[in-house]
Design a protein around this ligand. Structure first.
Ligand SMILES: [Fe+2]
Length: 360
């Protein structure tokens, strides 16, 4: 393969070597620049892009080995061929181990120099093509992961819509619970990964209601014992419905336990408190969802009662701190709501996030 347009930098402290090489290689069609030493070579490398450097090993000032190291760090796309005297072959081999493409021994046969340069340019091309291919593959994998994730989130939304189609009072509820739960989770500084879990569990927390009879789901009067047992089963049912598509145990637990109470009087498993050694406890995400769920239920109109104000809802939730709800989660909710209700005292980003919430 011909690389006659390749740009070469020839570095040598002997002017006669520079002359011979640049003259011959110029005749071959290479675009040659010469440099009398390492420092000058670095200046030229900073100004122009070279495909290949022919580098003398022994030079006053910066040695060829030092120059090789700097080129590899700063200009990794530039190949290097070492030029050396017979006495320096061991150093040249060391340079090859460090990543130089080849070495040429002085006095050299100019035809062999051309062969070596072409071979080095070939190697450089393969390395760059390989790296680009690798980058292309990584981008493709990244894109595919994005598509799979998008498809998964769309499937999650479809499930949430399916529930809304069955129960008109849940329209918007899952999204509002998610928004509040994520804000609480951020207030509690939990990890990004756990915030994403809360987001998914929020959208799907009531999905088990798909399996609840309409006559029970929409009943406005008092529920019989059997009806009550039927409706509270939506927690386990939700976990069961989602288990084939959600393999993350933490998310499934948040859905199963979103009606557990902090004092242990909730359902379905009467867990209490936070997980500690010796007791399973209610996962943090489920404790967050319980508060967000209750807050949205209170601040939304229902057929049997009007919505209460955010302040009144917070006051009622604070009354249940430590019994029904985790005190730390309630405190976080109160801070979030106060910021949203009085944005003037906070910065512009909080004002904008509050406005988005109001629109949801
Ligand atoms: Fe629920």
């Amino acid at each position: 393969m011909s690389y006659k347009k390749a740009r070469l930098l020839i570095v040598d402290d002997e002017p006669s070597v520079l002359d011979i090489l640049s003259h011959r290689l110029g005749r071959e069609g290479y675009r040659c620049t010469t440099s009398p030493g390492g420092e000058d070579a670095l200046k030229k490398l900073a100004r122009y892009r070279f495909h290949l450097v022919l580098c003398d090993i022994r030079m006053p000032g910066k040695s060829g080995m030092e120059l090789l190291k700097e080129i590899q760090v700063t200009y990794p796309d530039t190949g290097v061929i070492m030029v050396t005297a017979v006495a320096d072959v061991q150093t040249a081999i060391k340079a090859m181990k460090m990543g130089a493409y080849d070495y040429i021994i002085k006095p050299f046969d100019l035809n062999m120099v051309v062969v070596s340069i072409d071979r080095a340019l070939d190697k450089r091309r393969l390395i760059l093509e390989n790296r680009n291919y690798q980058l292309h593959l990584e981008n493709e994998v990244e894109k595919q992961i994005g598509k799979v994730r998008e498809g998964f989130l769309d499937a999650v939304k479809s499930l949430a819509y399916a529930l809304e189609a069955k129960d008109e009072y849940t329209i918007g509820h899952s999204q509002r619970v998610t928004d509040i739960a994520v804000a609480i989770a951020q207030e509690l500084c939990i990890s990004e990964e756990d915030i994403e879990r809360v987001r998914l569990a929020g959208l799907l927390h009531d999905i088990g209601k798909i399996g609840v009879r309409d006559s029970v789901l929409n009943k406005s009067g008092r529920l019989t014992d059997e009806e009550y047992q039927h409706i509270i089963a939506h927690c386990q049912l939700g976990e069961h419905i989602l288990s084939p598509i959600i393999k993350d145990e933490e998310i499934l637990k948040m859905i199963r336990y979103h009606h557990e109470r902090y004092d242990g009087n909730g359902y379905p498993d009467r867990l209490w408190g936070a997980p500690q050694s010796g007791s399973e406890g209610i996962p943090q995400g489920a404790r967050i969802l319980a508060v967000a769920d209750a807050y949205d239920a209170m601040t939304s109109d229902r057929p049997y009662r009007r919505a209460v104000s955010p302040e009144a809802a917070c006051a009622e939730l604070e009354r249940c701190k430590g019994t029904q709800f985790d005190p730390l989660v309630i405190d976080a909710l109160v801070r979030v709501i106060k910021r949203r209700e009085s944005p003037s005292v906070y910065d512009a980003s909080l004002i904008s996030s509050s406005n988005q919430m109001g629109a949801s």
